[in-house]
Design a protein around this ligand. Structure first.
Ligand code: NAD
Ligand code: TYD
Length: 348
């Protein structure tokens, strides 16, 4: 079994690669990644010499490169995670998102079709997507697999578009696809422009904590290792043509989450209770900021017996410990001309 995992040097992809390398020593895993600002081979140093692992640097937008790679490697399956993934960046530069998330996905679909067209049996093209494609919820309700798409940021619109194309290739060309739409992930190795690692890093350095708007927006948080477990289960046991929503039933208002994190950090850093929360700074809201995301993960629980393995409190503690113990990982990213995305856009 030879599997292509795209975006494997990123946050979620690196956890998926590690899980597959360790759990399936008989599989050959090829990690295709462009190493954009978000790609970091340091995320994979523990498995980089594994005999069943190979890294290929390349751009999924480069059609000829992608076709050559598929011809050369003869993959049995694809787990596609490579993407531009940060909503704020999609607001300031949408085109990059259209190219990688839409054109890149179509290049992979076309290359898989070219190599698999005579025999699609036992092949899998798995697209990893986000709950943001469903739009924004009010106070009530949850996203289900059949919730109509209503993407509202350039990021979510590009992911919605790629989801539609993956399904269209299934219906039109019988491409053996699977999809999943997951809620916000947190954990080790997340690029420190996303909420939790950004706040952890800023608290550590006693820098302002930029809370967009009033901090009323709600996200449903899932530990990245549990997302990787879900991807494993869906890849192996999910039905062809099906979509699975993945989430932790773990909704937090941003401001409440940041207060919880500040309390955890005060304890870890030996600061007086309330010290870190003094850094909270309300700033200009994100344009078109979605109010609430919440996943109903009943289908994956009932059909594939998947549930989160740990509580949020456990996951948050593990995550904070990881960032505090892996100072050099953070320093290697945040040294040089690194500025948090907010500072770069609004305070420069
Ligand atoms: P990330 O930004 O940390 O990593 C993305 C990876 O893709 C990087 O290693 C980057 O170098 C690579 N990449 C980007 N453009 C590329 C290109 N043109 N060619 C090849 N490689 C390229 O993202 P992430 O948070 O790990 O998200 C991974 C996937 O999961 C994405 O598809 C995202 O939409 C989806 N997702 C993320 C979340 C979340 O909370 N982070 C939640 C649900 C779904
Ligand atoms: P983010 O981690 O960017 O994920 P997403 O936008 O994909 O949900 O942001 C999570 C929430 O935190 C979102 O409501 C925006 C908010 N946020 C802040 O308030 N301040 C920040 O500095 C960042 C990065 C996000």
């Amino acid at each position: 079994m030879k599997i292509l995992i795209t975006g494997g040097a990123g946050f979620i992809g690196s956890h998926v690669i590690r899980l597959f390398i360790n759990k399936y020593p008989n599989y050959e895993i090829v990690n295709l990644d462009k190493l954009t600002y978000a790609g970091n081979l340091e995320n994979l140093t523990d498995i980089e010499n594994a005999s069943n692992y190979k890294f290929v640097k390349g751009d999924i937008v480069d059609k000829d490169f992608v076709f050559d790679l598929f011809k050369q490697e003869q993959f049995d399956g694809v787990i596609h995670l490579a993407a531009e993934s940060h909503v704020d960046r999609s607001i300031s530069n949408p085109t990059e998102f259209i190219m990688t998330n839409i054109v890149g996905t179509v290049n992979l679909l076309n290359a898989a079709r070219e190599e698999w067209k005579d025999n699609m049996e036992n092949k899998i093209f798995y697209h990893v997507s986000t709950d943001e494609v469903y739009g924004s919820l009010g106070d009530e309700g949850f996203f289900l697999e059949d919730t109509p798409y209503d993407p509202r940021s350039p990021y979510s619109a590009s992911k919605a578009s790629s989801d539609h194309l993956v399904r269209a290739y299934h219906h039109t060309f019988k491409m053996p696809v699977k999809l999943s739409n997951c809620s916000n992930n947190y954990g080790a190795n997340q690029f420190p422009e996303k909420l939790l690692p950004l706040m952890i890093n800023n608290i550590k350095h006693s820098k302002a904590l930029p809370v967009y708007g009033k901090g009323d927006n709600i996200r449903d948080w899932l530990w990245v290792n549990d997302h990787a477990r879900a991807i494993d289960v869906i890849y192996h046991e999910g039905k062809i043509g099906e979509t699975y929503n993945i989430g932790g039933h773990n909704e937090w208002k941003n401001i409440d989450l940041i207060h919880l994190l500040c309390n955890v950090m005060d304890k870890k850093l030996g600061r007086p209770k309330g010290e870190s929360a003094k850094l909270i700074t309300f700033v200009t809201d994100r344009a078109g900021h979605d109010m609430r995301y919440a996943i109903d993960a009943t289908k994956i629980k009932n059909e594939l017996d998947w549930e989160p393995s740990i509580t949020f409190e456990q996951g948050l503690e593990k995550t904070v410990d990881w960032y505090l113990e892996n100072e050099s990982w953070l320093n290697n990213i945040t040294s040089g001309d690194y500025k948090t995305y907010y500072v770069n856009q609004y305070e420069n």
